[in-house]
Design a protein around this ligand. Structure first.
Ligand code: BTN
Length: 244
């Protein structure tokens, strides 16, 4: 079954739309719901996702990676984030992937993603990658500290339809790497593209601020940070903050 591309003008959240669709019907793998406007776009840790109507890309893609062990689900983050990087590389330079699943231009956030498991439908395990990419928005008003759009970088608009199609082609090609058991290639590319890959920067955990260098990311998705004295700290999602 070929994937569907469902383009709608408005919905609360494309992730929610996808979850509801999965409950109702069989949705071919790779299908994507794309909305011009979300009335209640959802971000990480219960945040809202600000996106002006008709300006950006806000969409959700479903895949069924039932073959992946639970401790390898971070691959879906790598797949989604690295695919956005590959898309944006077509338009500009200085794009990196920021652990666990943002995409940055220099020190500013150009894309966020919310990956949710869905166990409700007729499929054993569906993974919904909800992705918001700032394309043509000229100004940001919400609480996000450091947003940037492609328009702010380039000084001109880009065609959303073209970007959507380009993204899907890239995403499918990268997903095939996983399906073929070549996920190491994807992981290597993700690691090569990391924000703050080299050098010491400031981070903050429950005990306060500290300077560290990125030492690696485990297959489980844990972040390894090396202090100047050589101590290595290991973090789960949300246990550590990057000081910008
Ligand atoms: C974040 O950085 O906090 C995550 C933002 C995720 C936003 C996207 S937009 C499409 C999809 N639908 C949602 O409601 N959220 C995600």
């Amino acid at each position: 079954n070929l994937p569907m591309l469902i383009h709608i003008s408005e919905t609360s959240s494309t992730n929610t739309y996808m979850h509801e669709l999965l409950e109702r019907e069989k949705v071919p793998e790779g299908s994507c719901v794309w909305a011009d406007f979300q009335t209640a776009g959802r971000g990480q840790i219960g945040n809202v996702w600000e996106s002006e109507a008709g300006k950006n890309l806000t969409f959700s893609i479903v895949i069924y990676p039932n073959f992946l062990p639970a401790n390898r689900q971070f691959l879906i983050s790598e797949l989604s984030a690295y695919s956005v990087k590959e898309l944006l590389d077509k338009y500009t330079s200085d794009i990196t992937v920021k652990w666990p699943n943002d995409v940055y231009w220099k020190d500013r956030k150009i894309c966020g993603m919310l990956i949710e498991n869905d166990l409700s439908g007729q499929n054993l395990y569906a993974s919904v990658s909800g992705i918001g990419i700032n394309l043509n928005q000229k100004e940001f008003f919400g609480g996000a500290p450091n947003p940037v759009s492609l328009w702010q970088i380039l000084g001109h608009e880009v065609d959303r339809e073209t970007c959507m199609q380009e993204f899907l082609d890239i995403f499918y090609a990268n997903y095939i790497l996983i399906l073929e058991g070549r996920e190491n290639e994807l992981h290597d590319k993700y690691m090569q593209s990391l924000y703050r890959k080299e050098g010491f920067y400031w981070y903050e955990d429950a005990n306060g601020r500290f300077e560290a260098a990125l030492q690696g990311i485990e297959p489980t998705g844990h972040l390894l940070l090396a202090l100047k004295d050589g101590t290595v700290r290991r973090y789960e999602f949300k246990e550590v903050k990057y000081i910008l």
